[in-house]
Design a protein around this ligand. Structure first.
Ligand code: ADP
Ligand code: NA
Length: 313
């Protein structure tokens, strides 16, 4: 039995926000750093999926570079993990076509996005995703059992879902909504490239409530709870939010905000600097993509060989 194969993807949507960082990118880095030596890792910037929302070409071009720089700035290591653009591996589209012909259309049409092929192409055994993406994995697993059953093969592999243990980070403007790039207000989210001044300002303006003292009460005080949860996400001792809330009881909200702003700024300082360096070295970004593509393609071609043989192509 071979080692694990971990695959995950992220769309090139510009500079990631704190939710993307904590929910996905930092998690990928943790998986990379704790992986067994025989575990293979594939991290894809899924630019073909980004085409479903048409944008000016310059924007897509820039966003791809920004995401690549962000992943490297987070600490993903191109010598350990294949980091690549989905569109550079033609087999993604090829497998997607084949699966779309074999999957039941009723099930297909109920899905908003279709991401099974990306995962199955690498015969991934483990796929880290946020809670919100669980349904993609259910669908991928269903595709595998359909395909393998129909063609009496075992060439596709059912992936296991690794649900990110990270908490959902909420919008700074509306703590009942998740922090998202789709929010029209830029004040609602912290970007991983924000300066300490920008971070402090956004957190100072974060919506809380009219009670001035800190308590951790997610149901009744979601804005304050979100700030404490951000703090907990960065806590070197890994203290749970409830525990941090207790320890900060008596603090004023303004004081809590200062602490959170300081911690977030400190944590993002190195990432911001590395991001700046990578963005000013596009040759390096291309080199990493080239290296990642080579590794991804080798695996993708092997899988497609098996798939084609199984269906008679
Ligand atoms: P957005 O909501 O900004 O469009 P995406 O849906 O593109 O973000 O998600 C990209 C990755 O970031 C996914 O793995 C998702 O689970 C994670 N993610 C997005 N927003 C958050 C958030 N607010 N908190 C935690 N993780 C998040
Ligand atoms: Na989204």
């Amino acid at each position: 039995k071979g080692g694990k194969i971990i695959f995950s993807g992220i769309q090139p949507t510009g500079v990631p926000h704190l939710g993307n960082y904590l929910g996905a990118m930092r998690e990928w880095k943790r998986l990379q750093d704790t992986a067994e030596p025989d575990t293979k890792l594939f991290f894809s910037i899924v630019d073909l999926h980004a085409l479903t929302i048409p944008r000016p070409r310059e924007e897509l071009f820039e966003n791809r570079l920004k995401m690549m720089a962000s992943l490297l700035a987070t600490g993903l290591n191109p010598n350990r993990a294949a980091i690549f653009f989905q569109s550079s591996v033609g087999e993604h589209a090829e497998l997607q076509w084949i699966l779309s012909c074999t999957a039941s259309m009723g099930y297909l049409s109920r899905m908003t996005q279709w991401k099974a092929a990306d995962i199955l192409l690498y015969r991934a055994t483990h796929v880290p995703v946020g809670e919100d993406q669980r349904q993609h994995l259910e669908f991928a697993r269903e595709c595998v059992s359909n395909f393998n059953h129909t063609y009496k093969t075992n060439c596709l592999v059912q992936p296991e879902t690794l649900i990110s243990p990270a908490r959902r980070i909420m919008s700074l403007s509306n703590p009942l909504q998740k922090m998202s790039k789709s929010d029209p207000s830029p004040k609602s989210r912290i970007l991983i490239t924000d300066t300490p001044e920008e971070i402090a300002k956004k957190i100072r303006h974060a919506v809380t409530d009219s009670t001035d003292k800190v308590t951790y009460d997610p149901a009744n005080r979601p804005g304050v709870a979100n700030l404490i949860e951000i703090l907990s996400s960065f806590d070197p001792q890994g203290r749970a939010p409830a525990r941090l809330g207790e320890q900060m009881e008596g603090y004023k909200i303004a004081e809590l905000k200062q602490v959170v702003a300081q911690v977030v700024s400190d944590e993002l300082a190195e990432i911001r600097e590395r991001y700046r360096q990578y963005m000013s070295d596009q040759e390096k970004l291309k080199e990493v993509a080239f290296q990642g593509t080579a590794a991804a393609r080798a695996t993708a071609r092997t899988t497609m060989g098996h798939v084609k043989r199984a269906i008679g192509l």
